[in-house]
Write a protein that binds this ligand. Structure first.
Ligand SMILES: [Zn+2]
Length: 349
């Protein structure tokens, strides 16, 4: 069966579509024919072989890519504890965990000491068939396409965890999303608006600013290409600042993100795509009762909560582009060049 395979680290050209062995499902597992997989910045880091603090060690090569996706159940093992049946459409959750530690028992699976991510630590979902435990699979809400569903597990779970579980966003609060065009950022804006927050978006791109300004759930757009852009935020909030900043960019945006915060405001972070070593003032943090909160991905509990919400409200991922399996590298380039608003999805059919 075909898969998006990494034989060596490097640029997008190292990704190859070729045959790999079919999965050998255990009696307790479910086999899913994959339809689509959402790309994340994680895919780019895996392809590049990025290492360092907070980044997992390189995996054995060859490696199959893909952290999130959706497809159709084709077989259910005789010992599988599930009500899924062949023909059911499912989303594949990106996190694998032990199932028995105190965090797993609470559903906080991303805190598990044996936590692993599909497509990062083990073979991912960008292949025709995967065999997984039922604990990794959740039914696609009715009315959601498989292309949309493929862009939900990593992206919306991360956004939900940042805002709700970790950030504890409340109705009426002001949220500023920095680098507001990525998959997690656009998901965060949709969820925050649903939760009754006032959504602000910061972007460096005039084109993206125009697009974001036209979204019904975006209240204000901030030009973060301007030096000291937090002054815009403070001025336009009457000097108050915002209650929460969601930042996946990292070092380049942290100083202004912190200065945009109101007294007692929270900076919630889920990544450092732009750099890992910010220069910040400790006094600017504690003197104003500000907090920095880390939210790497999220647990099964968060995934179930956000998919439930999406099923009830009709919130759907913004899909910027869909690329065929053979052009997965082009999808990586769209993300690396920051050309996207929302998600890039690989079609695996
Ligand atoms: Zn565990």
């Amino acid at each position: 069966m075909r898969a998006v395979v990494l034989d060596r680290y490097g640029g997008p050209e190292v990704l190859a579509v070729r045959d790999v062995a079919e999965p050998e499902p255990g009696p307790h597992q479910v086999v899913v024919r994959m339809a689509a997989s959402g790309l994340n910045r994680l895919d780019v880091f895996v392809r590049q072989g990025l290492t360092g603090p907070g980044v997992r060690q390189p995996r054995a090569l060859p490696h199959v890519m893909g952290a999130e996706g959706a497809g159709t159940v084709v077989a259910v093992g005789p010992a599988a504890r599930t009500d899924l049946a062949p023909g059911d459409e499912v989303m594949v959750f990106s996190g694998l965990s032990c199932g028995s530690c105190r965090f797993c028992r609470r559903g906080e699976t991303s805190r598990c000491p044996r936590y692993a991510i599909l497509g990062e630590d083990v073979w991912g979902v960008q292949r025709e068939l995967v065999a997984l435990d039922p604990a990794s699979l959740l039914r696609v809400p009715s009315g959601m396409t498989l292309t949309e569903a493929a862009a939900v597990p990593t992206t919306f779970t991360t956004a939900w965890t940042m805002l709700m579980t970790t950030g504890r966003l409340r109705m009426g609060e002001r949220l500023l999303v920095v680098g507001a065009s990525g998959g997690v950022s656009t998901a965060a804006m949709q969820l925050a608006a649903q939760a009754g927050a006032e959504v602000w978006a910061a972007t460096r791109s005039p084109d993206k600013a125009r697009y974001l300004g036209g979204l019904p759930y975006v209240h204000e757009v901030v030009d973060s290409s301007a030096p000291g852009w937090s002054a815009q935020v403070r001025e336009r909030t009457g000097g108050e600042g915002v209650d929460m900043v969601a930042d996946a960019v990292g070092a380049p945006t942290w100083p202004d993100a912190i200065r945009s915060l109101a007294t007692g405001g929270r900076l919630v972070i889920c990544g450092a795509t732009g750099g890992d070593r910010p220069e910040i003032s400790i006094r600017e943090l504690y003197q104003a009762h500000r907090q920095i909160l880390g939210a790497p991905f999220g647990g099964w509990n968060d995934f179930v909560d956000v998919v439930g919400l999406m099923g009830r409200t009709g919130i759907r991922p913004l899909v910027h582009a869909t690329v065929p399996m053979e052009r997965t590298g082009d999808g990586h380039l769209i993300i690396e060049r920051d050309e996207h608003i929302g998600k890039v999805v690989v079609d695996l059919t």
